[in-house]
Design a protein around this ligand. Structure first.
Ligand code: B3K
Ligand code: ZN
Length: 974
């Protein structure tokens, strides 16, 4: 790696860290040595005045330097110094929310004609353009990437070179006609060579598209931004034998064949849409057909398209679609608006699915299911994601986003809607527990790391990097808080007003907020901060009881930790749902609360309540409950009413009491988790001090009473006896210690398995699946509990248990049970494990979705030195680096094993570093997801930090790095 020597204007002893290799020793004042792309470590180590004068190495493209400089300034909250330098259009550029401007031109109609071919595809577009301001003479700038321009006409007249300007990202018409005009552009593209899987590409021989966020610019020149909404027609022409099915958005209005074995289809979408919702599919597909009659009597044809052999596996997806259509009518009064709804499943897809208007495209994993090949978790994911994409028809498509910063407007809201749908179709408590666990395990770490960003980010280099757990899951929590504050009816009133005001528009998060507020006539104080402040608020609660005054006080304080670019935060508006338990474990009646100098009634419709929502809005605040006649035990943040870290003064015995009695089932689970987290952290400390580990018998007893309580929901029991994940515990440590956390979690699991062996064995015996697989809550709960018990037992060195697990494996009649048995066996290395893994592969080698499970199971293994096995699997004939699902299973799975990914010798980091660079050349979006595993490197000890940082630096110094990976790696190092 080259080292660059350049003058440093510093008069101080700046400590250059040289991006890592990096001496922390002071260097001489006049010279800084910086290697690699941006020099940001050196930069951030300089004092503010020197930072402003810092110059990035000139070997870097201008924009890379400029972007690095801006990022560092924004992270350091420095005013950005102005600099005029040469332009380099190919280097990364940071886009800011504050720079949003309305477009100078709008598009009215868009006619597209695709001629699909094996060597090349021709795309002809005809757009009617009109200026935002009549008489405007602004240039018209179109986005376009990897396109070959064939011709361009304005009002039928071909433009000559010189009439327009073309660079690697844009086609600019410097002086288009004033008033309305027609723009015709022909381009050539090569979908067969498009491995990025955005724009138009081929998957298993079929053509398909993915345009969100900015993929349409890889199909034709266009104003590729969501506030350009137009009516589309699309004519597709292709070989009839190779591509018998031709699909696009809207209604099929014409089709036919012509000489040379070709045919065509013309589609018309009557709804205005942004280009990110455009879709095209062409290929050899067959469909499962059904119909849904809307509540106003519209008969909608439903079709789910897959290769012929997979059609039998689409029954559950069709069931899910019809259930989602009905649910949206029942709960939100929202009907489908066309006569046809198509879903297509493709094996090569970067994410889960895409909500293109009337032509949803799905990753096959989220459509195809049969009891033998898909697990309960797969069935549940299909239900949720089919629902999610369908719900976007209103929240995203009919009302869309003004710009990509508003992404959570559609995604947070639609995740909330799919969570509610799944809750109503199964168990509300279990779904809430699963959603909160996801938030804690994935979003909290993001909020506490270098990629922390608000639900509505302020800036991005590559929008695809912001389809995050913060925008989606935290965004859904923000929507849930409106509902918690307004109640079901108030929330519905807000939704109705939102659609009434904004149908057919591209809008902002403030518009959603205003609809909620105006529909209910409420003042939401500082609620909008949830969209602009990053970081997970820490809420501390202390309680005290006054036996003479019969009052119970809750004192709250809140703190939002600093995040990149936001060192100081304002207090947030936090709804805290609270109940008070009496000594028999029953909810006390709540009548009034003294707050802000006034006594407020908490009764609802003059009826006393058992639970209330306190509005915590200040840095410190006290609420005093009146008429409380015995010392209560408070149940705080019921249902997890706000996405915060709660620290309370509840004692262990209070927590055990809540675990046994709380009427809020979510909080019963939560109390168990708080106890487990405390226990794990204290054992980690013991482990680090080489003290012997012992398990608190009260904890074993608490878990045993849950496990053996026949009145509890079985899936709830399965969740309640599952320990917090290793990531969650590492997240709570000053310096994350993966080995200690893994050792402790393994110890507790083994100890519980051995002390509760007979209870676990009878749980397995009593919950075997019925012969016929049924996807409903009672059946799934039984399987969840049985398989959780089996997983505990699998941690024991015990031949009786190995026999049991083998028996479960062999007699399983569905994938849930078979895979659970395989996982139980796989915990311990040895011949049995190898044989069963080989047997599983032989049985399922023809099914790529099941083979992906097989890859993931091996990749996630905590067996020491597993990186070598994963390296071998890269060369397995079933593995393909071009297929995202395989990468997520094998590489993503490997990063999910803290002990192996964070192996002390750096072997895990080296492996990932190499793969990221290979992947980046094929598919930057997937590579960028993988590189994110490095982002929390600062959480670890010094030697791991050095090793991880080296990999990030190697990545940053690679030639031709994508913007996607550049942004994540740069921010991780900053
Ligand atoms: N809207 C799509 C995600 C698009 C991702 C682009 N990189 C799926 C969804 O959230 O419904
Ligand atoms: Zn979505």
């Amino acid at each position: 790696m080259a080292r660059l020597i350049f003058p440093c204007k510093s008069s101080c002893l700046a400590r250059t860290s040289l991006l890592g290799l990096i001496s922390s020793a002071p260097v001489k004042r006049s010279v800084c040595s910086v290697k690699s792309i941006s020099g940001y470590r050196c930069f951030s180590a300089l004092e503010a005045t020197h930072r402003r004068n810092y110059r990035f190495p000139h070997s870097l493209p201008y924009r890379a330097r400029e972007t690095s400089r801006r990022l560092i300034c924004s992270i350091a909250t420095e005013p950005l110094p102005k600099r005029v330098e040469e332009s380099d259009m190919d280097a990364p550029k940071e886009i800011f929310l504050k720079d949003y401007k309305s477009p100078d031109y709008y598009f009215d109609t868009v006619d597209l004609r695709f001629s699909l071919g094996e060597e090349k595809t021709i795309v002809a577009s005809k757009i009617t353009v009109f200026p935002r301001v009549e008489g405007s003479s602004a240039p018209l700038v179109l986005d376009g990437v990897d396109l070959k321009l064939i011709s361009i006409k304005v009002d039928g007249k071909e433009l000559k070179e010189g009439d327009y300007h073309l660079d690697s990202r844009h086609l600019t018409l410097p002086s288009p006609p004033q008033g309305k005009f027609t723009l015709e552009i022909d381009t050539e593209i090569q979908p067969q060579n498009n491995t990025s899987l955005e724009g138009l590409y081929k998957s298993s021989g079929n053509f398909c598209t993915q345009c969100e966020a900015e993929g349409f610019r890889k199909i034709t020149f266009y104003q590729d931004r969501p506030d350009i909404m137009a009516k589309y027609t699309c004519r597709i022409e292709a070989d009839k034998l190779l591509y018998p099915v031709l699909l696009s958005n809207g209604n099929l209005i014409e089709q036919g064949t012509f000489e040379g074995g070709k045919h065509y289809a013309v589609w018309e979408d009557p709804f205005k849409k942004p280009c990110y919702l455009f879709a095209l599919v062409a290929g050899q597909l067959e469909s499962r057909d059904d119909t849904f009659v809307t509540r106003s009597g519209r008969k909608v044809a439903l079709r789910i398209w897959t290769p012929a052999q997979d059609v039998p596996k689409t029954a559950h997806a069709m069931y899910s679609l019809k259930a989602a259509m009905k649910w949206d009518e029942d709960v939100f009064g929202l009907e489908y608006d066309l006569d046809l709804f198509n879903v297509v499943a493709v094996p090569d897809f970067n994410m889960g699915a895409m909500e293109n208007k009337s032509l949803n495209i799905f990753n096959s994993k989220l459509v195809l299911a049969s009891p033998e090949t898909a697990s309960d978790a797969d069935y549940a994911a299909i239900l949720g994601v089919i629902g999610h994409e369908y719900f976007h028809n209103w929240t995203g498509n009919r009302v869309t986003c003004r710009d990509w910063f508003q992404l959570s407007l559609k995604e947070g809201l639609t995740v909330f809607r799919d969570q509610e749908f799944s809750s109503d179709m199964g168990s509300r408590t279990v779904k809430r527990i699963a959603d909160v666990s996801k938030l804690r395990n994935y979003q909290f770490p993001q909020d506490a790391g270098p990629m922390a960003h608000p639900v509505r980010p302020h800036s991005y280099i590559k929008m695809d990097n912001f389809y995050t757990v913060t925008v989606y899951e935290k965004g859904a929590e923000v929507v849930r808080m409106y509902k918690t504050l307004l109640g079901t009816q108030g929330f519905r009133k807000g939704m109705d007003l939102y659609f009434k005001r904004h149908d057919g528009q591209a809008v902002t998060c403030e518009d959603f907020f205003a609809a909620m507020k105006d529909a209910n006539g409420v003042d939401f104080a500082n609620f909008l901060l949830w969209y602009s402040q990053a970081g997970t608020p820490v809420v501390k609660v202390t309680s005290s009881y006054n036996a003479e005054a019969h009052t119970f006080s809750l004192k709250f304080s809140q703190e939002v930790p600093p995040t990149p670019g936001q060192p100081v935060k304002e207090p947030m508006f936090i709804p805290v749902a609270v109940g008070l338990l009496d000594s028999s474990g029953k909810d006390m009646i709540l009548s009034s609360v003294y707050h802000n100098g006034t006594l407020q009634s908490v009764a609802s419709n003059n009826q006393p309540v058992l639970s209330t929502v306190l509005r915590v809005t200040k840095k410190e605040e006290e609420f005093v409950f009146c008429d409380i006649f015995e010392r209560p035990i408070p149940s705080l943040l019921r249902g997890y009413s706000a996405p915060v870290r709660l620290e309370s003064d509840l004692s262990d015995s209070d927590l055990f009491f809540l675990l046994a009695h709380d009427s809020d089932e979510f909080n019963r689970w939560e109390s168990g988790q708080v106890l487990a987290r405390k226990l794990m952290l204290s054992l980690v400390a013991d482990f680090q001090q080489s003290k012997p580990l012992t398990l608190n018998p009260k904890f074993v007893q608490g878990l045993k009473s849950i496990l053996c309580d026949p009145s509890l929901d079985k899936e709830f029991i399965a969740k309640a006896i599952t320990l917090p994940g290793e990531g969650e515990i590492m997240d709570m440590m000053e310096v994350a210690d993966p080995d200690a956390v893994h050792a402790v979690r393994t110890f507790i699991r083994k100890e519980l398995a051995s002390q509760l062996k007979s209870e676990f064995l009878s749980t397995v015996e009593n919950n075997r699946s019925s012969e016929e697989y049924v996807f409903d809550h009672p059946n799934m709960s039984g399987r969840a509990l049985k398989n959780t018990a089996l997983a505990y037992l699998g941690s024991l060195e015990d031949t009786e248990i190995t026999e049991l697990a083998l028996h479960e494996y062999k007699t399983a009649t569905n994938m849930t049970d078979q895979f659970a048995a395989l996982s139980a066996i796989s915990q311990k290395p040895g011949k049995t494990r190898d044989d069963v893994l080989a047997d599983f592969y032989t049985k399922w080698q023809h099914n790529y979705l099941v083979v992906n499970k097989w890859f993931a199971l091996q990749a996630m293994s905590n067996i020491p030195g597993n990186v070598e096995n994963v390296r071998k699997l890269l060369n397995h004939p079933a593995f393909d680096l071009r297929n995202p699902n395989k990468v997520y299973s094998l590489i993503g799975g490997f990063c999910g094993s803290p002990v192996n990914f964070h192996a002390k010798d750096g072997s895990g980091y080296k492996f990932l570093g190499e793969i990221v660079l290979q992947l980046d050349k094929l598919n930057p979006q997937v590579a960028s997801r993988m590189v994110s595993a490095f982002s929390r490197w600062r959480r670890f000890d010094e030697s791991r930090q050095t090793l991880a940082k080296q990999q990030l630096e190697t990545i940053m110094s690679a030639n031709g790095l994508s913007e996607n990976v550049f942004e994540i790696a740069l921010k991780s190092l900053a």
